[in-house]
Ligand binder design. Sequence first.
Ligand code: AMP
Length: 601
Amino acid sequence: MDFGILVEYYDKVESTRKRLEIIGYLTELFKKLKENPKEADDLEKIVYLTQGTIYPTIMEQPKLNLAEKSLMDFISSYYAVNVSKVENILKKTGDLGDTGQKLAEKKSGKKSQITSFMGMQEETVSVADIYNKLEEISKIQGSGSLDKKESKIHWLLARCKPLMVKYLMRIITSTMRLGVSDPTIMDALAIAYLGDKDHRTDVERAYNVHPDLGLIARKVYDKGLKGLEEVKIQIGTPIRMMLASRLNYNQILPKLGGEKFLSEYKLDGERLQVHKDGSNVTLFSRRLTNITEQYPDVREVIKKSIKAEKIIIEGEAVAMDPFYEEMQPFQVLITRKRKYDIEEMVEKVPVCLFVFDILYIERDGKEETVMDYPLLERRGIIKDVLDESEKIKLTKGKFIESTDELVEFFKEARAANAEGIMNKSIDPEESVYKAGNRGFLWVKLKSLEAGKMTDTIDVVPIGALWGKGKRANQYGTLLVAVYNEENGKFELLTRVASGFSDDDLTRFLNLLEPFKTKSLPNSVICSEKPDVWFKPGLVIEISGDELTISPKADAGKNYNNQVREKGYSVRFPVFQRIRNDKEIFDITTVDEIVELYELQG
Ligand code: AMP
């Protein structure tokens, strides 16, 4: 496919905020590949580029690794303008894509005069050409790499018309953010290749066990539903994790069948999905990134303590005191998050892996996908294969038959430094491991207080108002957003103006400086007009009195295929702390806000 055609679709997608329209454009794009099988080779590439990347997001691949500054240098040398001019345009547009497009427009004005004068045809460039060149750039390493990258970027710029330059720049700087989330792409794949949006669930099932949308698109393109059935669990490929909902403590027993369920400690550590293949152990984080390097001790203990050739289990790595007698809170575990001196930290902050689930096992040459077994059977298998020690244990669990027992167990868990309890259905039919699902088979409980916002939420500042008086020249108020997974946008939740110490205010100035931008960023929906805009970058935690509905808030105005006049907001928001350990996509989602709001009753 011609890259020019692809970016025209991107431009249409970007021009609307309506999810159904976006799905419509993508469906048209995918159908085009069906009508034109010659172009279908580009399918995976188109899917990755649409996700704003060149490789499946779960794969550890070289990154394009080009700093904005280098790219600005390359653009300025290509278009023969001073870097300061590029900087000026960037200041005005706030986006390197738009900046590149503007420069390209100026140049192409001149060029098209020459080509038409000489009767020359303009060159076209295919998606594959662009993709392959980007792939080459991602693999360049070592001395002189900047020069090599520059010449390849120039090669690309020479072939791209202004609109192509815009999206090319955004792909290179990982700021595509078309508002196309993975579920949106799946909807379009279902309609284009399976004829019906209802088939999105089939696409999603495959995606949950193998979250590589390029591969999934290929399967469904080639073989339809059969292709999707071929997608199986693979050791070394992370599976999207099952998540929990929340309820008030007195709603849990009725929701979990009314008679009996299993309650486990909700441990305050980091979730790990462990893939063991012989002596090869890989650890994935909740965001499905490979974090094996951070836990050499867990890798060793897995090799020693699991009696199965191959296995996929999940558990929570929790920091322990040096005598393994007490669990330590997450703040202690986080001190291990570093690139260097990991071994030293392994000694200082030992961890125990509390295993709570199993998804796959191969024993005595027999393989079993056990995700679909009921919970108690899965726990039974863990007991069979696990040699418990101070470094690895089955998570403590208790059968609960009344709300009084639940309250009792909650208090016990809190006294043992757990965050609360995780309540799990033991229904013999229903209680399977639902990959990628946040349903009511698992219900978390972190507080016994009902009807209030007992949990803190994680948000990103997207704007600020300058302070007055004592706070002059500082950000007195932050506008903060939550993440809407449906449209891939960060949406205004509330203003936060309290809870800041003088130190916090100074830190905000510094920490937010790199994210300052001239205008409303592409990835943000915010109807207010702050003095300063920020691209989502810094994560902070806030608390509040309760969730409310407000016409001023944008969070959730466009949710579940409905457009509302009011969004979700927070009453009396108070800043708690900066969350350097979290990335912007880890913050509280609109989905969770809606759930919390409904909980308040
Ligand atoms: P939250 O992050 O508050 O949505 O809670 C879900 C997280 O709790 C999971 O991703 C796990 O990291 C963690 N967790 C702690 N203990 C358990 C447990 N016993 N079962 C499942 N998840 C647990």
